[in-house]
Design a protein around this ligand. Structure first.
Ligand code: UT7
Length: 322
């Protein structure tokens, strides 16, 4: 039987505590006006003391499973994209597996920073198509505020915490090329060091803090994301006019508007959530997708194009039909 993965439900979770731009203006040399103008961000959520990435990921997974109407007992794969794991090991995905009460299957983490959800989606999709597993929960979850330097106004205003998830089910495929999870284009370039954390297990023995040459990352982001989308247009013969919803990684409204314009995607098709929760790294795409679905905009049958760019550099694009 030819198999394909289909997205059967989406979910999301944002921690209760909200930090506004004005709150940040009391902490570092910044203003609400600067942050809104340069990024589109108004506020971000911050995990409570003791609230772990696995708690956020589990809440997002539960909400996606509920939306899909699929019991945990059917899930045999969890792929969690995160840069902010609970512990160095075991994989945070296994904590989610335990918290969900799942006793079988497999759970592991994927690390591609802000592009992590697309790498996790491509990984789970490949495993489902191959027949290794049947039902996957793909999650992006972060406690990114824990690796911020709260004295660096160039980075601490940009990020927030949260989690999003999608439930994927392998089903018999009719052969219609533009159905279910259609294709991915994921890439990395290890020679670029404009976005990184200045610590780690085998280097400093500390967790470190996010460091970024924002302007250089910005320029690479537009170029790399556009090339990934172009690869998908070339492969499928589609153009921006064929896409129902554009669900980009939410780093900066100027980046996602710039990419949409360059790739001929109409403004009204762009899902924007960066204003409400800033850049949540691997969580941003599933949170935006969940927002698109729950707000009643994206419906079953709609064609969705997603993209991301992050540290590594890592970047990519995915195409799927809801
Ligand atoms: O998700 C991973 C990928 N990450 C990204 O995609 C982020 C990409 N980069 C960006 O989004 C933007 O580059 C930033 C939002 C980080 C910065 O915007 P920019 O338009 O590139 O500004 P800039 O870095 O060129 O800095 C402009 C000025 C500088 O001052 P001078 O040198 O012109 O006097 C900065 O020091 O803005 C200053 N600045 C700030 N001012 C107030 C930097 N951060 C702040 C701040 N508040 N928070």
């Amino acid at each position: 039987m030819a198999r394909r993965s289909f997205i059967r439900g989406t979910g999301g979770y944002l921690p209760e505590k909200v930090l506004t731009n004005d709150d940040l203006a009391h902490m570092v040399d910044t203003t609400d006006e600067w942050i809104r103008e340069r990024t589109g961000i108004k506020r971000r959520h911050v995990a409570a003391d003791g609230e772990l990435t696995s708690d956020i990921a589990t809440a997002a997974a539960r909400s996606a499973l509920e939306a899909a109407g699929i019991p945990v007992s059917e899930v045999d794969l969890i792929v969690l994209a995160t840069t902010t794991p609970d512990q160095t090991f075991p994989a945070t995905a296994t904590a989610v597996q335990a918290k969900l009460g799942m006793t079988g299957g497999a759970a592991f983490d994927v690390q591609a920073v802000c592009s992590g959800f697309l790498f996790a989606l491509a990984t789970a999709d490949s495993m489902l198509k191959q027949g290794l597993f049947n039902t996957a929960v793909v999650i992006g979850a972060e406690t990114f505020t824990r690796i911020l330097d709260w004295s660096d106004c160039g980075t601490c205003v940009l990020f927030g915490d949260g989690g999003g998830a999608a439930v994927l089910k392998a089903e018999e495929w009719s052969g219609e090329p533009l159905s279910g999870v259609i294709t991915h284009h994921i890439r990395t370039d290890g020679t670029k060091s404009d976005l990184y954390v200045d610590g780690g297990v085998s280097s400093t023995g500390t967790i470190g803090h996010v460091r970024m040459e924002g302007n250089r990352v910005f320029k690479h982001a537009v170029t790399n994301i556009s090339s990934a989308i172009q690869a998908i247009y070339d492969e499928t013969g589609l153009t921006g006019a064929d896409i129902d919803w554009f669900v980009p990684h939410q780093a900066n409204k100027r980046i996602l508007d710039g990419v949409a314009k360059k790739m001929d995607i109409a403004e009204e098709k762009v899902i924007v959530t960066v204003d409400e929760h800033a850049n949540t790294s691997a969580a941003s795409i599933p949170l935006a997708l969940n927002h698109a679905v729950r707000s009643g905009r994206a419906k079953s049958g709609d064609l969705i194009l997603s993209e991301a760019m992050g540290g590594g550099f890592s970047w990519g694009a995915s195409l799927f039909r809801l």
